[in-house]
Design a protein around this ligand. Structure first.
Ligand SMILES: [Zn+2]
Length: 312
């Protein structure tokens, strides 16, 4: 156990003692109470907050573990976030890296919470392997955001198709926790699914004219989105790291060979490599954010950005 984890384990232990020392809490504030006020739930990333609010409506108050601008691959929850968990009736995990290291402590912070795996029923695809000739991609360097575990792509929320699976899982959990409002959750779910269906139709139309289906992006967050819409992402990041000079040169040739004009980057990561490539190919860097709070509006904008780039 390293020092950081030890410190947190202590905080959790102390909290446990403090909470136990407060005596029995009034029934209205107990996490499992669902008869009165709204349900406090916790999620790992912002797009999940959108999903929860679409289905839970005013019945849910959603606490997000990864704050805007932070990367869910490397984020470390703060002690006060673990305190906030004591109010939650449910935790909705999605399979991002920090959960693996933190889920046992999250559970320990509130063992009455219902743990809901919103990735259930979803088959993850492998992270896009970088240039075949570079073995680094197969044996990632230390510090690689994706090296822990299975090297499967965690970005399942960028796919409208998979968002529907997650929405149904969220609905089932809310209906189980709060059966009194099952009908409202069902109606919200139906509306949300209809909106996603419409979004898919729109995006398909937006991208229909794109001749070039390949795009280059710093952090490969868009694998499932690309699969849904017949696109191909070429990642710049190598095993979670900035590319080396030689890898950059290879990427620049690849960008030229594929007629790529725009390099995508996202706010949570450095844009340096993307800017270098863009400069070399006489193109530009465009920021697209896979973690935006307005999930639906954001995917529509992302599709417009892709169409603008791929149509050239
Ligand atoms: Zn990511």
């Amino acid at each position: 156990m390293n020092k950081r984890y030890f410190t947190l384990a202590m905080i959790v232990a102390i909290l446990g003692v403090l909470l136990a020392g407060c005596g029995p809490a009034p029934a209205t504030s107990r996490p499992q109470d669902t008869t009165g006020g709204p349900l406090h739930v916790t999620v790992s990333i912002l797009p999940q907050k959108y999903f929860l609010e679409r289905i839970g409506g005013e019945r849910v108050i959603v606490n997000v573990m990864t704050p805007p601008g932070a990367s869910p691959h490397t984020y470390e929850p703060k002690p006060d976030q673990l305190v906030a968990l004591s109010q939650a009736v449910a935790y909705f995990s999605i399979g991002v890296e920090f959960e693996r290291a933190w889920l046992s402590r999250i559970t320990a912070a509130n063992n009455k919470m219902l743990m809901v795996d919103t990735a259930q029923g979803i088959e993850r695809i492998p992270m896009v392997a970088h240039h075949d000739e570079h073995t680094e991609a197969l044996t990632p360097a230390a510090g690689d955001a994706h090296q822990e575990g299975d090297n499967l792509d965690p970005h399942i929320w960028t796919s409208p198709e998979l968002a529907k699976v997650q929405a149904r899982t969220i609905y089932a959990a809310l209906a189980q926790i709060d059966p009194t409002h099952q009908a409202a959750y069902q109606a919200n779910l139906d509306r949300f699914i209809a909106d996603i269906d419409r979004l898919e139709t729109e995006i398909r139309a937006t991208l229909s004219g794109a001749q070039n289906r390949k795009f280059m992006v710093f952090h490969p967050s868009w694998g499932y989105f690309a699969r849904d819409f017949g696109l191909e992402q070429i990642p710049i990041e190598v095993g979670g790291q900035e590319p080396s000079a030689a890898e950059l040169a290879a990427l620049i040739s690849e960008a030229r060979a594929n007629g790529i004009q725009v390099i995508f980057a996202q706010p949570e990561f450095s844009t340096r490599a993307a800017e270098t490539i863009a400069r070399e190919i006489g193109g530009q860097v465009l920021l697209i954010d896979p973690l935006a709070a307005d999930w639906l509006g954001n995917l529509r904008q992302v599709a417009d950005a892709f169409a603008g780039v791929l149509g050239k």
